[in-house]
Write a protein that binds this ligand. Sequence first.
Ligand code: GTP
Ligand code: MG
Length: 263
Amino acid sequence: MAIVSPKVQTTRHRIKAFLNKPGEYQIIFSDTPGIIDPKYKLHQKMMDSVKGALEDADLALLMVDANDNFEECDAIFSALKLKVPALLILNKIDIAGNGKIAEAEAFFANKPYCKQLVKIGALQKLHLNKLLAVIVGMLPEGVPFYNEDDLSDLPTRFFVSEMIREKIYELFADEIPYHSAVLVNEYKDKGNIVKIQADIIVHRETQKAIIIGEKGTMIRQIGIQARRDIEAFVQKKIFLELFVKVRPKWRDNDLQLKEYGYQ
Ligand SMILES: Nc1nc2c(ncn2[C@@H]2O[C@H](COP(=O)(O)OP(=O)(O)OP(=O)(O)O)[C@@H](O)[C@H]2O)c(=O)[nH]1
Ligand SMILES: [Mg+2]
């Protein structure tokens, strides 16, 4: 449900997604931004969403890249002062450096927040069934919170804006992804086709020109790739119209942050 990119700070919101097995379990996963030192109001809002997710959770999943510096991860995890049990997930075992997996197991074994460590390779779906079984085993019993057909409590519009934003992360380098936001203005389901109009918000005119590209080549690419993903997501034909707007310093403007969905 969450967008993915090789660049850091891709996730900016708390994204809840549900996994239902009727009669057995309903898991509400909260994806959050990674933990960073806030430099803008946008970052502050991202960190507030981490805090909110930790307060509501029954179980914290602490994800570590097998090639990370474990001391740095430990400093962050300790600073969270978790009140809930935590499961340490060691990801990217497919590209783990020599000895890194054993090193992680030894390093995290006796950390107070680490109830258990599970090794996975998310990209190749390695050991995900094992991870799911461990999670289910650690969750308290309860009644389902959400309807069993629901996938998330967020509206389709949110996922549409995220899929467009993902393309900006994939297609542009340097500061462009970090200076961009996406706002869906119109989402009209006309039965066999959905008409969507969205704005890409940037800081500067020069960035607008880069997003549009020579003769519109880049914005056309964003549109083609995003449309493909949105069609797969909503299972309908999509007509997608994109505009680029310049809003200087939107990342530090409370009103604009709110308008773009950063509560
Ligand atoms: N080799 C390898 N790459 C992976 C694996 N899992 C994730 N990745 C890659 O890691 C990168 C980051 O993935 P994200 O899902 O954006 O990571 P994130 O932790 O949510 O990061 P932010 O949202 O930016 O805070 C992407 O390029 C993924 O394809 C894995 O098991 N193996
Ligand atoms: Mg993410």
